[in-house]
Design a protein around this ligand. Structure first.
Ligand SMILES: [Zn+2]
Length: 133
């Protein structure tokens, strides 16, 4: 980080299925009348037991460090993979006008945000339901 260019570390999540069978481990696909394995194969002679695949809701998680902006941003994508919820902490420059000079400020997603990554509904202060209420 000696050239001041922003640096990003990103984890991409590549789960192909949101459900898998708790008995046989097969990836399951949602059908009109329930779930079944992609091959349609039965599970040890019985119905598959669907379980949600952990972290299948997450597209990516990234941390960006920007020395020019004196900021760190965390981005978590759960909806459209081209977007993300972003959380940024930045230091206001020492020579900035006003009493925030040299102080840290934090930007977080909020419920009434224009063009949100996904809709947010406040459950209580600092906690939101993600998606349609
Ligand atoms: Zn199974």
């Amino acid at each position: 980080m000696d050239d001041g260019a922003p640096e990003t570390v990103c984890l991409e999540f590549t789960a192909t299925s949101t459900y898998r069978c708790g008995m046989c481990g097969d990836d399951l696909v949602e059908m009109v009348d329930g779930v079944e394995s992609e091959s349609g194969a039965p599970c040890c002679g019985e119905a598959h037991v669907p379980e949600r695949v952990a972290l299948s809701w997450c597209n990516s998680a990234a941390i960006s460090v920007d020395e020019v902006d004196d900021s760190v941003t965390v981005a978590i994508s759960v909806g459209d993979p081209r977007g993300a919820f972003t959380f940024t902490v930045r230091r206001v420059p020492d020579d900035a006008a006003g009493n925030l000079a040299g102080r840290l400020v934090m930007h977080v997603p909020y419920a009434a945000q224009p063009a949100p990554h996904m809709a947010l509904t406040a459950l209580h202060e600092g906690t939101y339901l993600v998606g349609a209420p």
